[in-house]
Design a binder for this molecule. Sequence first.
Ligand SMILES: Nc1ncnc2c1ncn2[C@@H]1O[C@H](COP(=O)(O)OP(=O)(O)OP(=O)(O)O)[C@@H](O)[C@H]1O
Length: 648
Amino acid sequence: MEVVLNEATNGGHHRQPQNYNANGKSESAQQVTNGHSKTLNIEDNFENDTKFSRQPEKDPIDLQFKDVTYTAAMGNILTKREKKEILHQVNGRFPAGQLVAIMGPSGAGKSTLLDVLSGYRIKGVDGQVYINGQPRNMKSFRKLSCYITQDDRLQPLLTVQENMLVAADLKLSSDVSRKDKQDIIDEILHTLGLTKTKNTKAQGLSGGQKKRLSIALELINNPLVLFLDEPTTGLDSSSCMQCVKLLQVLAKQGRTIVCTIHQPSASLFKLFDQVYVLASGNCLYQGSTERLVPFLEDAGFPCPMYHNPADYVIELACGEYGQEKINSMIKATGNGNDIRYFKEPEKLSNIQCQKGASNDEDNEGGLQATSSCNQLKVLLRRGFIKTKRDQTLTYMRILVNALTGLMLGTLYWKAGQDGSKVLDNFNLLFSILMHHMMSTMMLTILTFPSEMSILVKEHFNRWYSLKMYYTSVTLIDIPISVICCAIFTTVIYYMTGQPLEWVRFMMFFVTSLLVVFVAQSFGLMIGAYFNVVNGTFLGPTLSVPMMMFAGFGVSLQDLPPYLYWGSYISYLRYGLEGIVGAIYGLDRPTLDCPEDAYCHYKYPKKFLEDVAVKADQFDNDVIALLLFLFVLRIAAYVILRCKLMALR
Ligand SMILES: Nc1ncnc2c1ncn2[C@@H]1O[C@H](COP(=O)(O)OP(=O)(O)OP(=O)(O)O)[C@@H](O)[C@H]1O
């Protein structure tokens, strides 16, 4: 089969026929820029022969949208909500098997339109999107499509192969064997020229390679529709060509590929089948690239000689030639309704849009390709690799716990068995809680903000459910937290001369560990809602009242009655009660008192009375801490879910 594509560069003054074979490869094309022509072979600069044997497995998708309006709500719940209409009843059609470029000046609404069409943006959207003439069923559509964001959201510590394997394990059914998965990965990497970088960590890739890896990850499950937000931004001209040529090949196989693009060069522009031009949320032109020049002529604004039509139409869209020209182009295209300038408009008329609301019900089970159990397994494996690679943090955590333990141990040497140093020992117990709280909370406050962009992308592209992501985040840190807490507790317990009894040690350790996990949950909850700056401010700030209400400094019996409720919501209170009970409870006998010292608290009972700590409440303290743990973890999950929804 041969498709003849007329070239539409150079103001239409030097148009040459361009022959494409069935693989979508140009056999001999003429590149014409600025009045000069040179032969362009589609394979130029491309490492591979741009073949991709994986054909789409389902019927091609014709995407249509009618009267799409997007209104953004600005401000927050405290300030008055202002509405801003960004897309104004735009229409359009992206036929199957076409590579479509959404073009327009900065702020025209390109990314917004892509967000709406991909289903990423749902709030504030009006109008209808049709898939092969039927109202879009969001769930089914999401199973067929993928969204590749402008910024490369990759796991930096994983190699290309590891990134691909994680994606394959999450996006391909568990029935596919490891060998078949590897074959698929190898072919995609080969097609995208990434074979040589297979063992390079994503953080070590060049911008172009990162972009290609982002595409490679989404190609694994062979999507029918690809949305790409500015896939060429930040790439040099050769990488841009490579990237768009790949998309062209994928489109020729029957996929619908829509990408936003800033002012493309003439040679890049002609690689697209269709172009959709936006200006201030309105459609100026939609149709084939080669018919842009005739359209401009028909509209009465012919493209000047030796001018790249892509540049010229952007200049028009920017309003450089006046607002009235923009208005008349919007009118000429019927804000995207007119399909006369498409490549074969007569072929498109047989798909009629069915009236009716979109049916968002889906009978085909969950959104993800694999079971929850598999998602958790793969995410834990990925988390383990990340922890192993990020050894600085792992070692630092262990080292900090050992060193702080040694430091405090030296400072409070054998204070635990000295009847004259009971208050010092009490200070020490509180410092231990402070250490557990601050060291874990501050670390976890950063967990979600630093992973948010990757989470949003992977979750939207159905790699895993939020529940499994959250469970993996919760589980992955347990071993290292337990190790750190065990090192710290053992060092400090022995050095500071606390009673060497297993029961007391275990009570001490269990309470410390629970405080660690509760502090972690508190950090996760803050991190789930706030960004890094606000989170790192709020975490320690909210911890201060919690310390005050724990019974340190001001004992609980001295708290004013109207503030007593604070002690119930301070998890540190239960932590302090637990470890003080472990050290001074269980009917501990009278403490040793050095001959030359005054031992006010020689009798542990007297001390417990004075600091108003009930030493027989260990079970209740554990229950209270477990309750905090449970409630805060659920709250963090709910907040994270709401945040993900709010972003859309
Ligand atoms: N949530 C929002 N709240 C307020 N304004 C918004 C929101 N989302 C988008 N906008 C505005 O809508 C306009 C279009 O934004 P969009 O990101 O779609 O533009 P774009 O054409 O992709 O621009 P660029 O090429 O610079 O990325 C911009 O003026 C932007 O400020």
